[in-house]
Design a protein around this ligand. Structure first.
Ligand code: 5AD
Ligand code: SF4
Length: 542
């Protein structure tokens, strides 16, 4: 029924979604589906969606509008919405958008092949009978409220773990870099954020599975691994502890450690902490030359993890640790669980441990800030400006507050900062960050840095379209290595990153094929800098 069908999947949002898409595509390919980078060639079009801000959802709604028009001409087309928007909007989306044939939440992705198979069968049967699409025939897999019910956690965890474990790793399918999930879901409940609702309760993957996945990736030629979690440094896996759920004692599998308990009832039970996990991956998989992790939660950073970073030369000196606001009053309303003072204490401690520019190993920090959160005054905003000036992130993502249905802020706090004020604050904060990013980039001029080469630069990809109209297949947002083969002309411009995640552009020297550099770490001398981008030239690639 489904083998040989052609699938297009477009991904929106975060790195977690990129990894989910990669796993889903791997699974579909192994079942005989053909993958296509162009929606026009596909008879199944899937969107892996993001609900963090309304803007991301709008883009998907507009794609669904396009597909609705196409479906009038091609009634056999199957359209699916995966990920956070499916989970958040649920069956409302199906009611409002008849074009949608299936919904699959982020905690149910292992069920996608079955849903697709059913959707294809029902659609074919309906068309044969001359029926219009019937809502009841649509395929829906959402966890709904169950995603936070403790009794279902172990089961959900086991099923999803299988999806991660089934990851197909092929030596030709990557550009040397890969994501590895260590934690799913989030328990923080920041008042503005949908993630705890859409991705469910925090679950930590067993360390042996993680180390094994890293090893398999390294065996396939991956040299850069980014560990993923919503609050990645909160990782903690309890080995063999037992918990009682609904009167039944069952093995505890990586359930979240409850921070802040006076007496840890699991004391004495062997646990793998985030620091232990970093050390294990670093020491047990030395072929991984760069190990990084996103996104960190400021309050959960112990000295133990910083000490492991200091002692582990292949762990990058890079931390993405969002502050979200520079005002204590706003942080309290956001339920972030720390004060500005505590955040700055962390930043100072991290720098004291890890900032070694004299050894060529500066610590680079990245952040996220929200402007226009309910009740944010001019003074609160001025405090956010001061925080940026004090922390000096190498880059900072700045967002206008977007009220999300189902979150505490949406339900309890009026969205009272006018759009014009949000926009003004957004631009002002961007300008402050622009200056800082520029200064940090200028500070790199004259240095020689190790650059992990990711692929052709964006300019090069535009300038050198693949011959014969072939389009590079992107999986998980990253271009597959084979894409570089099409650009072996003279000196294509390549893009890569430093250990501290600064973007570097340089030209492949004449006579050196781009493909020989992609996926490697090479020395580049930085000659000039523009905000967020360094320009340099390759030094004897060896
Ligand atoms: N409005 C604006 N920004 C948000 N973020 C999360 N939820 C919202 C929201 N409702 C931002 C935070 C987070 C990043 C992934 O998105 O800064 O760190
Ligand atoms: Fe959302 Fe806060 Fe969890 Fe990050 S820590 S995913 S912002 S609830």
């Amino acid at each position: 029924m489904t083998a040989g069908r052609t699938v297009h999947l477009e991904t929106f949002g975060c790195q977690m979604n990129e990894l989910d898409s990669e796993l889903v595509l791997g699974q579909l390919a192994s079942l005989g589906y053909r993958l296509t980078p162009s929606p026009d060639d596909a008879d199944i079009v899937l969107y892996n969606t993001c609900s963090v801000r309304d803007h991301a959802e709008q883009k998907v709604r507009s794609r669904l509008g396009e597909m609705a028009r196409r479906k009038r001409r091609e009634p056999g087309l199957i359209v699916g919405v995966l990920g956070c928007m499916a989970e958040r909007d649920g069956e409302d989306l199906i009611r409002r958008m008849p074009v949608v044939d299936l919904l699959c939440g982020p905690a149910e992705l292992d069920r996608l092949p079955a849903l697709l198979d059913n959707a294809a069968r029902t659609r074919a049967a309906m068309l044969a009978d001359g029926h219009a699409a019937d809502r009841s025939a649509r395929q829906v897999a959402l966890q709904g409220a169950a995603s936070r019910r403790t009794a279902t956690l172990a089961a959900a965890e086991d099923r999803l773990e299988l999806l991660d474990l089934s990851r197909a790793i092929s030596p030709t399918d990557h550009n040397g870099s890969a994501y590895v999930r260590i934690t799913r879901g989030c328990n923080k409940f920041c008042t503005y954020c949908v993630v705890p609702n859409t991705r469910g309760a925090e679950i930590h993957r067993p360390p042996d599975h993680i180390v094994d996945e890293c090893r398999r990736l390294a065996d396939a030629g991956v040299i850069e691994v980014t560990l993923l979690g919503q609050t990645v440094n909160h990782y903690r896996f309890e080995h063999g502890a037992a918990v009682t759920v609904g009167g039944v004692t069952q093995p505890q599998k990586g359930r979240a450690f409850t921070a802040g308990r006076r007496r840890d009832p699991l004391a004495g039970v062997r646990a793998t902490t985030f620091a232990d996990l970093l050390k294990r991956i670093h020491d047990e998989v030395p072929a991984i030359q760069r190990l990084r992790f996103v996104t960190s939660y400021p309050r959960d950073f112990g000295d133990d993890a910083l000490a492991v970073m200091l002692d582990s030369p292949r762990i990058c000196r890079y931390l993405h640790v969002p502050a979200q606001s520079g005002s204590d009053a706003v942080l309290r309303r956001m339920n972030r669980g720390y004060t500005v003072g505590e955040y700055l204490e962390f930043v100072d401690r991290a720098r004291a441990f890890l900032h070694e520019p004299e050894n060529g190993r500066p610590l680079m920090l990245a952040g996220d800030m929200i402007v226009g959160f309910p009740g944010e005054t001019d003074e609160d905003f001025a405090a956010s400006v001061r925080l940026l000036e004090r922390v000096r992130y190498k880059n900072c993502f700045i967002f206008k507050y977007s009220p999300r249905p189902g979150t505490a802020a949406h339900d309890r706090l009026a969205d009272d900062v006018p759009e014009t004020v949000k926009r003004r604050r957004n631009n002002a904060l961007l300008a402050v960050q622009h200056t800082i990013s520029d200064e940090i980039a200028q500070g790199q001029v004259g240095r020689t840095v190790g650059v992990f080469v990711e692929g052709l630069s964006a300019r090069e990809r535009k300038r050198r379209p693949a011959p014969g109209g072939a389009v590079a297949l992107t999986v998980g947002g990253r271009e597959r290595r084979t894409a570089a083969l099409v650009a072996q002309g003279a000196s294509p411009q390549l893009a890569g990153r430093t250990d501290g995640d600064l973007i570097v552009l340089f030209d492949a020297p004449p006579g050196v094929a781009a493909d020989d550099l992609i996926g490697r770490i090479v020395p580049v001398r930085i000659e000039r800098a523009d905000t967020l981008t360094l320009f340099g030239s390759l030094i004897d690639p060896g």
